[in-house]
Design a protein around this ligand. Sequence first.
Ligand code: KG4
Ligand code: ZN
Length: 342
Amino acid sequence: MGSNNSTYILAIESSCDDTGVAILHNDKVLCNVVANQEIHSQYGGVVPELASRAHQQNIVPVVHQALKQANIDKTQLNAIAFTKGPGLMGSLLVGSSFAKSMSLALEIPLIGVNHMQAHILAHFINDKNQKKPPFPFLCLTISGGHTQIVKIKDHFTMEVIGETIDDAVGEAFDKSAKILGLPYPGGPLIDKYAQLGNPNAYSFTKPKTKNPLDFSFSGLKTAILYFIQKNIKENPHFVEENLNDICASIQYTITSILMEKLKKAVKQTQIKHIAIAGGVSANSEIRKVLKEAENKYGWTSYIPKFEYTMDNAAMIGIVGYYKFLDKQFDDLGITASARIKF
Ligand code: KG4
Ligand code: ZN
């Protein structure tokens, strides 16, 4: 334990294309620095090799910036937390190697963190604009790589009760955006155009899955592709002329699918404390509908602060803090892993 129950943790997140470094004092975030990698937008998706090279360039300056912003010296740190997976292997290796060397040099504990668990525990960051969910609660974890409904029994005990059998919901947004000719990542752009459109302008059929709590989004992507191809044949300017309505309809369909599954999960588990997490939980329609569910269905909704939804290191830091309290440390033999479960 740091002195007088005071713990400073430096956290590193490098699972995909953003280099994040945060410093936490207990469960409070002192700084949360993210260096975005612009390089990928011209390729229409994240290029793993370019991502790991950019992490290598970013990591040292971002760590320095974080220490400066938090106004602490590295000798005050009590532990180093880092993302051990899931994610892109090359990117994870940059963060994990750096974290290992820092813990070795400073002679402080090393804590490997599961990225998906971190998205969920971001709700436990002590921030006046966030309320912490009580156990047990359900979390809809939606990102570019994952779509899951998770039952959270305590900080470390989580059970996936539904997940995608093909594309993640973030991919559904990004691939639909690509079909519309929008740059990567298209999710935030669909959100932006949808605000000015009619969500009922077009309808797309919703997929069926064997397990009622599972998701499937690859059929939706194909349906949107055929729909656009068919309409472009009749009117080459169809997309430009109807962009807002198309985006609103796609977003409405995706949101309805997510809400239907959540309603089933609530019925099955009888848990009415519902959280959302992951990059896609930045979506304004999803946030709005979940808030409305409080009055409509009697749920209590937990919607993370915007800066804790997308990939960030503060969420890695909060898991680091709980693991620190529980003395769950890792030794230097820990390896990053592209695929890990809870
Ligand atoms: O959690 P995240 O930052 O990275 C992963 O771990 O995947 O999630 C990124 C995903 C991308 O697919 C991006 O398009 C999507 O989150 N996203 C959004 C919005 N903001 C980010 N999707 C829909 N609406 C948004 N406002
Ligand atoms: Zn993520």
